[in-house]
Design a protein around this ligand. Sequence first.
Ligand SMILES: CC(=O)SCCNC(=O)CCNC(=O)[C@H](O)C(C)(C)COP(=O)(O)OP(=O)(O)OC[C@H]1O[C@@H](n2cnc3c(N)ncnc32)[C@H](O)[C@@H]1OP(=O)(O)O
Ligand SMILES: O=C(O)CCC(=O)C(=O)O
Length: 382
Amino acid sequence: MAHLLPPVIINDSTLRDGEQAPGVAFTDQEKVAIALALEDAGVDEIEAGIPAMGAQEIATLTQIREAVTRADVIAWCRMRRSDVDAALLTGVRRVHLSMPVSDRQIRAKFGTGRLDVLARLADTVGYALDKGLKVSVGGEDSSRADRDFLCRVVVAIEESGAHRFRFADTLGVLDPFMTRDIFARLCAETDIELEFHGHDDLGLATANTLAAIRGGATHASVCVLGLGERAGNAALEEVATALSEMQGRTTHVALAKLTGLAELVAGAAMRPIPEDKSIVGGSVFAHESGIHVSGLLRDSATYEALRPETLGRERKIVLGKHSGSAAVRSMLRSVGFEADHARINAILAQVRARASETKRAVSLAELIDFHGGSAPLAAAAE
Ligand SMILES: CC(=O)SCCNC(=O)CCNC(=O)[C@H](O)C(C)(C)COP(=O)(O)OP(=O)(O)OC[C@H]1O[C@@H](n2cnc3c(N)ncnc32)[C@H](O)[C@@H]1OP(=O)(O)O
Ligand SMILES: O=C(O)CCC(=O)C(=O)O
């Protein structure tokens, strides 16, 4: 039964893969503030940066490690001892060591083959464990890796003493059916924790993350707003909300904190949140269409699968080109006006004309003006 399953552990990579989004560069203060906001929102693990980048990144990671008290702070490293040495300078106790696993990437990046990858894995994981670190391993380009080799890699990771394998759909080429099948196979090969890291090149990162979890993944790698390389990653807010509201799973994430978190990250990334961005966009709980508003006014569940209060949001009724009479009547009533059917329809015609002329929503003040009077409650409602 779904409710007996353990919580899905959320690993957020906004400060690592998120910051790899083209042109995005967080300041130290922004990184610490985002890390604290992630922790406050209930994120379990924070992948906070790449120590191999140098002294500045090491200093920032150190600050994050000192500031965060509950969540695990993890340093992202390549599969090489020098990266582990750089991570040790930050004082973090956990490292994630990544290596290519597709033949294409192994050949291009290392100029070698599969056996070399297995040798690097054994050497670098052993080195990090000897230093007292807790180690997870990432398979870059796992989706294009030979499946039998991938299973061999997972077994080698288990034998190395690392505690987790992160499957990276680095180029975002999977679909949910493939993802679920792959995870079902990996689960049959190993008892270590399995994490999915999805990219959104085909718009499937969130769907693939949910599919990986259905297939047996225990951990989800996500970024706030899906920020990340190219088309980005699976969005924290989508994955956490879908898991708990639609999939019958739990996470430790407080859904009501996600919009504030997204605003913080959007500001630091200098990437405004699109109005229609799932979960956190400005308009995702706003309704204009007459048929929808008429239904919603009787029962909000007619046109809302998610309750705005769950996300710390409020429902908004917007007047515009697609409004119907129920919306006009309801908004007039909210400021103390009544009108008969004919009058409502006349006002509705004015609302539609104004919205069409101005290409925007019609305000309550304009509605009152169409009605022809100022209401006592109007100022408060505006
Ligand atoms: C899919 C991902 O998101 S992976 C993470 C990608 N993120 C980033 O690259 C952001 C941070 N990167 C950086 O600051 C720099 O690339 C650094 C500091 C890591 C390395 O810089 P440089 O030494 O100048 O190398 P450069 O970036 O040109 O090339 C990458 C090197 O890493 C090697 N490498 C790439 N992946 C791995 C890996 N998983 N394990 C070991 N080595 C790797 C490459 O083969 C190349 O080595 P080479 O210089 O001996 O040819
Ligand atoms: O941690 C890993 O191995 C994944 C790296 C990454 O960001 C990716 O492959 O997309």
